[in-house]
Design a protein around this ligand. Structure first.
Ligand SMILES: CC(C)(COP(=O)(O)OP(=O)(O)OC[C@H]1O[C@@H](n2cnc3c(N)ncnc32)[C@H](O)[C@@H]1OP(=O)(O)O)[C@@H](O)C(=O)NCCC(=O)NCCS
Length: 180
């Protein structure tokens, strides 16, 4: 596939059938598999694995040591912290011959902290924030902040990531409150 202005570190392995947008950089020892899609202006850090069919939007930052597996779809402007983990097999067995992929979706502008684990079948809403080390087992609403294991919704964050210190017994904040 033709690529414009894409930097691939000499130690990275990028399949010819991966689609990669302009201005994206792929760093040391990373591997990008066939039929995956990475948007424009992304940074794929060191030792990342972008699996067959994985989808990453524009302007994403995928930090060192992250594997984005088949069945994971990441929106635009998403931050994935170092060594965060996605999964795609809900009930893994090494000896299962029929492998069922369970999908995961990450909304635009969402951030995932270092070492967080996102169980498959989850949707992270737009601008959601996952704390470092959280284990996410349920969907996270738009602008929701979750932390812990299992991750709990503890607050909402604005577009820029500022905590609202929201009274969680009330309805979720309005679009105006979340804009800043
Ligand atoms: C979740 C996060 C945004 C909260 O930030 P914050 O509001 O400034 O957090 P505070 O330090 O004020 O802590 C508030 C409370 O949350 C707890 N807390 C903070 N981060 C936590 C985490 N990752 N997991 C569990 N609890 C956490 C604190 O212990 C504290 O608890 P307490 O009220 O019982 O004392 C931040 O801690 C975080 O995890 N950011 C992600 C960092 C990261 O991975 N970056 C990747 C790029 S390097």
């Amino acid at each position: 596939m033709s690529r414009t202005d894409v930097f691939v570190h000499p130690s990275a392995v990028v399949h010819d059938e991966a689609a990669i947008g302009a201005g994206t950089r792929i760093w040391d020892w990373s591997k990008v598999r066939e039929k995956s899609r990475i948007g424009a202006g992304c940074n794929i850090g060191q030792s990342c694995y972008i699996d067959i069919g994985a989808v990453i939007g524009d302007r994403c930052k995928i930090q060192n040591g992250v594997s984005v597996y088949h069945g994971v779809t990441i929106g635009d402007d998403v931050f994935v912290g170092p060594n965060a983990v996605f999964t795609n097999d809900l009930v893994p067995r090494a000896f299962n011959t029929e492998w069922k992929i369970t999908e995961t979706r990450v909304g635009n502008g969402a951030s995932i902290g270092a070492n967080a684990t996102i169980r498959c079948g989850i949707t992270l809403g737009d601008y959601a924030m996952v704390a470092a080390g959280a284990v996410v087992t349920k969907d996270v609403p738009t602008h929701g902040l979750v932390m812990g294991n299992p991750a709990k919704l503890v607050d909402y964050v604005s577009r820029s990531g500022k905590r609202l210190d929201w009274d969680m017994s009330q309805s979720p904040p309005s679009a105006d409150a979340l804009a800043g």
